[in-house]
Design a protein around this ligand. Sequence first.
Ligand code: KG4
Ligand code: ZN
Length: 343
Amino acid sequence: MAHILAIESSCDDTSAAVISNGQISSNCVAGQQVHEQYGGVVPELASRAHHENIIPVVHAALQQAGIGLQQLDAVAVTAGPGLMGSLLVGTSFAKGLALALNKPLLAVNHMHAHIMAHFIDEPRPTFPFLCLTVSGGHTQLVLMRHYFDFEIIGQTIDDAAGEAFDKAAKMLGLPYPGGPLIDKYAASGNASAFKFAEPNMPGFDYSFSGLKTGILYFLQKKTKENPDFIAQNLADLCASIQATIIRILLNKATAALRQHGLTRLAIAGGVSANSGLRAALKALAAKDGWELFVPEFQYCTDNAGMIAMAAHYQYEQGIFADQSLVPDPRLSLTAAVAAKTIS
Ligand code: KG4
Ligand code: ZN
């Protein structure tokens, strides 16, 4: 039985998980409240908080799994993409631990891991399937042929879907991260109260910066006429903005499913926690006759469980890193298969 400890520290969550023979036995996450007051993640503060959190979080993950350090067979860590300072805390810690234990090191790609979260629990998607990865930093449509055989068939050319949620929330005066708050207020609002222009992008690529500007100009105009406009219409604004983002996401995803003759759609990343997106997808899947896969809530936003799952497959395939590992803030998804293969 192989036990792997996985560490995730790419953005503002410090997380550690243990996986034993493909079964997650713990997944501990320490969030960072310090960024709320700044309206976004402050990289230097994130690194410092990771520093404080990493030992207690690893300790908790091992304890919950009932595993001692000496029983570990490998140490896995997010190598990118993410914030350099944040990634450095995780990779330095993992390299040090692997060296001290004389165990192999596994370098995991954060975006690949978001997709691998689908293999943690049943029902698992069978290949091939389309994965819509929607996080704070990325929006990608990935055609998955196998664990390490995939193709990005569409992605955002500017802002990510999560950024669209967070920036819209900021304009509405909501604290960071605003995505979950828009979700919450949208539940009691009218989604057709306000109309926002949708981008006209060719192929399967996305763009969200036009929507952001559209919302900004709309709010500026309305608050000039009535300074209380936002407060008086918060739920309707949240519902209308959320519905627009969901429509943009779904139009491309369903077109990609059709064009590639696929019958399975998986969603991953923080924005896949959005209840409006989940409900819209569920209804569409039932209507159009394709299968929808949504990971459990704790595996949607950043967590080490998904890193552990990706690490499990890398361990099985012999895709290891070594002490020369340097994190890459802009690591591309294709690098998920580029790590050294030792057979
Ligand atoms: O995957 P993730 O945890 O971190 C990144 O790798 O970026 O995604 C974070 C993003 C943030 O933009 C956050 O606002 C968004 O996911 N998010 C949501 C919801 N929960 C998290 N957006 C909309 N509705 C939600 N319920
Ligand atoms: Zn993420």
